[in-house]
Design a protein around this ligand. Structure first.
Ligand code: BES
Ligand code: MN
Ligand code: ZN
Length: 500
């Protein structure tokens, strides 16, 4: 879907959307359309339940007096409560309604709203971001889908008095959307198409975005002593890779210590010898979502030339059962030197991240590390699909992340770490085991395991198992399927605190 900013006109075709604030108040463009249609808008407002509440909308089909097929009234809520998050949701809702109406072209008018603290160009840039994010679909493997079953909207005009100001404000948002789409595409792809080597190829192509890329293959990882990651890869025909992406955008050059983002990239998780039940196993193609988010984030930072030094590091492996696969009870030695008893080969994400975290802090001395991982089913039980779990050894980093979550709409809920949980992963035969006390505090058991590999560096672990894949669509900026969760969150974190 194409987005263009333009002056306010009454479109000659397609669908036009105007915003309505509570209680039932039209803006300048809405009043103009009302006049042209002999009062169709005010009649619709008076007749129905719709009164302009945020998140609601109503459609007037084939209004008399103008050429458009429909006018959509979209609720903006109370003027004093208008914020970026609400505007992005509104943009997503507009696109949904336009697709629902089968429109090929759409326009949305952004008038100044009395009592709002945000001006039309900034409003338009947020609405456009929400519209773009909500327009996403992954259709490449449908060869027979009929046109009427596809999203119809090919072009959206965002109309306002200062289109060029909105265009400028939208530039960084366009890079953000590109990053989110890159993450969603990677997650949507099936595991016979995106496995460690092909994802590594995609990462190498980020060179074109100005990102430096380095790949470590099995031999290099073995030489570094990454027995924990390599143990997971052992049962797969696919070669594992560790990929490092570097974006050096800090104005003072490469000296500025980087911030580091780390992703779990298990391209398919069968569970290994501790094999998962077949019911629903197909979902485990999204077990690389953490790495996809890191890729999308790096693309976004480079795309908007963020004034920060950032590195992204992902561990790409496939977890398969095989004659060569690791067994429950095996003991592996991680790059840190610490030994791990592998009680359950399905708790593989932490085994991968153990070596990636250790490597990242040892090699890059980052200011902080944030890892993203579809680590535990337990986090989905705890928090559902509305918030990711946040675990951190650093209160300042945790608070900044929570604030960035509220601002971006990709929310986090802080979960506990602590000595008692940590003791639960002590092993009788090795330094630790890869599970805690069965089903108890399962997400924390994963987090305290990771904490043993951060070497005291400020760190946060985001368990995104509930957020990376959406079965329903409760957020109009996130269609069903791959969400790209975390790209917006971490872009916001960087914007708010780490850019010079
Ligand atoms: N990739 C899974 C976690 C997961 C579950 C992600 C559901 C997305 C949706 C992870 O590798 C896993 O299997 N975790 C186990 C840990 C257990 C064996 C300690 C789990 O959650 O059951
Ligand atoms: Mn697993
Ligand atoms: Zn997994």
């Amino acid at each position: 879907m194409k987005i263009a900013f333009s002056e306010i006109v009454t479109p000659a075709k397609g669908v036009v959307a105007v915003v309505v604030t509570e209680e039932r108040s039209l803006g300048a463009t809405g009043r103009g359309l009302d006049e042209q249609t002999g009062g169709a808008l005010s009649r619709a407002l008076a007749a129905g339940r719709f009164k302009g509440k945020q998140g609601t909308s109503t459609t007037i089909v084939a209004p008399h007096g103008i050429d458009v097929d429909a006018v959509i009234l979209i609720g903006l809520g109370k003027p004093e409560k208008i914020d970026g998050r609400g505007l992005r949701a509104l943009g997503g809702t507009a696109v949904r309604r336009m697709n629902g109406a089968g429109a090929k072209v759409g326009a949305i008018a952004v008038d100044a709203v009395e009592g709002a603290s945000i001006a039309p160009p900034a409003m338009a840039a947020e609405i456009a971001l929400g519209a773009r994010l909500g327009s996403y679909s992954f259709d490449k493997y449908h060869t027979k889908k009929k046109d009427e079953d596809k999203k119809s909207l090919g072009e959206l005009a965002v109309m306002l008095d200062e289109p060029s100001a909105a265009e400028d404000a939208f530039e960084a948002n366009a890079s953000l959307a590109d990053g989110v789409f890159a993450a969603r595409d990677l997650v949507s792809e099936p595991s016979n198409v995106k496995y460690p080597r092909t994802i590594a190829d995609d990462i190498e192509a980020l060179n074109e975005d100005g990102i430096e890329v380095e790949l470590l293959d099995r031999d290099k990882m073995a030489a570094l002593g990454m027995g924990s990651l390599l143990g997971v890869a052992q049962g797969s025909e696919h070669e594992p890779y560790l990929a490092v992406m570097r974006w050096n955008g800090a104005p003072d050059g490469a000296e500025q210590q980087p911030v580091a983002f780390i992703g779990k990239g298990v391209t398919f998780d069968t569970g290994g010898i501790s094999i998962k039940p077949s019911q629903g196993m197909e979902e485990m193609k999204y077990d690389m979502a953490g790495s996809a988010t890191v890729v999308g984030l790096m693309k976004c930072l480079a795309g908007r030339k963020a004034r920060v030094n950032a590195i992204g590091v992902v561990g790409l492996v496939e977890n398969m059962p095989d004659g060569k696969a690791q067994r429950p009870g095996d003991v592996v030695t991680s790059m840190s030197g610490q030994t791990i008893e592998v009680i359950n080969t399905d708790a593989e994400g932490r085994l991968v991240l153990a070596d990636v975290l250790w490597y990242t802090q040892a090699t890059y001395k980052p200011r902080f590390m944030v890892d993203l991982a579809t680590l535990t089913g337990a986090i989905l039980i705890s928090l559902g699909t509305y918030q990711a779990g946040l675990f951190s050894n650093d209160d300042e980093l945790a608070e900044r992340l929570i604030a960035a979550g509220k601002e971006s709409g990709e929310e986090l809920w802080r979960m506990p770490l602590g000595e008692r949980y940590d003791k639960d992963i002590d092993s009788a035969i090795a330094d630790m085991k890869n599970v805690g006390k069965g089903r108890e505090a399962g997400s924390t058991a994963g987090a305290v395991f990771l904490q043993r590999f951060v070497n005291g560096v400020p760190w946060a672990h985001l368990d995104i198992a509930g957020m990376a894949w959406m079965k329903g669509n409760h957020d109009p900026t996130v269609p069903k399927g791959a969400s790209g969760y975390g790209v917006r969150l971490l872009d916001q974190l960087v914007r708010a605190h780490y850019e010079a």
